[in-house]
Design a binder for this molecule. Structure first.
Ligand code: EPZ
Length: 441
């Protein structure tokens, strides 16, 4: 039964939240366990929907997944991996994109894979062409079937010299998960190097993989015939940490985010400081707070790591609606990630979206019909309204806008937020938010 949040705005969020393992690493580390010939242990695992989806997909393929009732740590045993039925996979894939990353490990484990048509946030077309091209370069046979794609590699996967047209996180993970047990050397140029990618490489290295990241975004993998298990503590979720930091600015609050890691958030912290946010960086987390004065507008361009992450821009834009002046955000990673601004405009925000590249460099979307630049004028008084959550980060952005708005907002579709924000309603309540949860009629 889906839930409805009724939020009464105007209450600053103050207190402490704990952020655990990164949504954009943990499911990939779970998939990596399939490559091993013995059990693996994954720690710092958040209770989020994406972990549930991958747990059931792995169990479908014969992997046992045991969760420690006290710590939430997962023990994954791939020893009895097997083919799963297509219909069962389809039913369990949900709205996740993770299934595409099962290809390499399943081919190594059982010689084939069937991947259902994928889900994922509606923030662009979300194609998988890079993934399929990479698998073909490893020697796999990719066939479109009703409801999904069948991939097989009768002679096994062979190392390849691969160059990505764009530093895609998913495609880089596809290469890492396929190449570690492929025969021979793989050289990947144009790779993504996000902290979550480096943490996945750390997981694979613990299993026995030989992977080196060179200075020019080239990753070199020497294939090995067998891999063992791993025991790994996932890095913390920098996207959730950045979301709570923006929440502190939007609601004029003060939030200590336990688990926030400076090393993975450097670009965000610089931007936060330029907007006028207060921060105290500690060893176990970061305190983010509104200093009481004005917020500053800024010109921002999202990019791959170490640039400003696309996942950070949506919650920050809500803060920019409160800044004194005109801000510009040029989204260069996804072609359609400003849909969430419709609800903000209905609440009173002054935002225009444009087809032009309003940033320092033209991007892939410049000469096409994509509204991928936003101009935000502030400060704007936000007033509560009815909101239906469009995607994960947009949904969190709507929540914090409603928490700052004058009056009451009724927010539906909040189950999407469970995909990536662990126990977010409990955290909101702990920070003093004034809201009720009811089940939708
Ligand atoms: C991962 O998505 C993250 N999701 C995203 O986080 C994140 O925004 C993104 O990386 C970029 O950092 C997970 O890790 C589960 P990409 P992914 O492949 O791997 C295009 C969140 O809110 N592309 O780097 O799907 C693609 O359309 C989510 O936590 C192709 O054209 O991202 C996009 O424009 C949102 N063909 C660009 O590359 C392909 O085959 C970046 O996508 C693959 C991607």
């Amino acid at each position: 039964m889906s839930s409805v949040l009724t939020i009464r705005g105007g209450v600053p969020l103050t207190g402490r939240v704990t952020v655990r393992g990164a949504k954009n690493l943990v499911p990939k580390a779970m998939v990596a366990a399939l490559l091993g010939n013995e059990p693996s242990v994954l720690r710092n695992v958040p209770e989020i929907k994406d972990v549930e989806v991958v747990t059931s997909l792995l169990q479908l393929h014969g992997v046992t997944v045991e969760k420690d009732p006290h710590t939430g740590d997962l023990t994954l045993d791939p020893t009895n991996a097997k083919t799963a039925s297509h219909t069962a996979i389809d039913a369990h894939a949900g709205d996740s994109r993770i299934p595409i990353l099962l290809c390499g490990p399943l081919i190594h484990a059982i010689g084939e894979a069937f991947i259902p048509d994928l889900g994922g946030c509606k923030i662009g077309d979300r194609p998988i062409d890079y993934h399929l091209d990479v698998l073909r370069q490893f020697g796999a046979v990719v066939e479109k079937r009703p409801g999904g794609i069948h991939i097989s590699a009768p002679g096994g996967l062979k190392g390849a010299k691969i160059s990505l047209p764009y530093p895609s996180v998913g495609a880089t993970e596809q290469v890492l998960l396929s190449a570690t047990r492929a025969e021979g050397i793989t050289e990947l140029s144009g790779a993504a190097t996000e902290p979550e990618i480096v943490d996945l490489i750390a997981v694979l290295q613990k299993m026995g993989a030989i992977i080196s990241v060179q200075t020019d975004r080239t990753i070199r993998i020497e294939g090995v015939p067998d891999l063992g298990g791993y025991n790994h503590r996932a890095l913390s979720d920098r996207n959730e940490s950045a979301s709570w930091a923006s929440a502190a600015l939007v609601t004029r609050g003060d939030i200590f985010v336990e688990g926030a890691t400076q090393r993975d958030m450097m670009t965000f912290l610089n931007t936060y400081r330029k907007v006028g946010g207060g921060m105290e960086i500690g060893d176990d987390g970061i305190r983010f707070y509104h200093k009481g004065g004005k917020l500053n507008p800024l010109v921002l361009e999202t990019d791959v790591h170490p640039g400003f992450m696309t996942d950070w821009q949506q919650p920050l834009i809500v803060a920019l609606t409160q800044a004194e002046g005109v801000s510009i955000v040029h989204e260069t990673v996804y072609e359609n990630r400003f849909g969430f601004t419709d609800a903000l405009i209905r609440m009173g925000a002054n935002i225009q979206v444009h087809r032009e590249c309003l940033g320092s460099v033209p991007c892939r979307f410049g000469q096409r019909n994509f509204l991928h630049s936003a101009v935000i004028s502030g400060p704007a008084q936000l007033t509560g309204t009815d909101i239906d959550v469009p995607d994960l980060r947009g949904g969190f952005s709507h929540l914090i806008a409603a928490l700052a708005a004058y009056g009451t907002s009724r927010v539906t579709g909040i189950d999407i937020i469970n995909r990536g924000y662990e126990r977010f309603t409990e955290k909101l309540a702990g920070l003093g938010a004034d809201f009720d949860i009811t089940s939708a009629e």
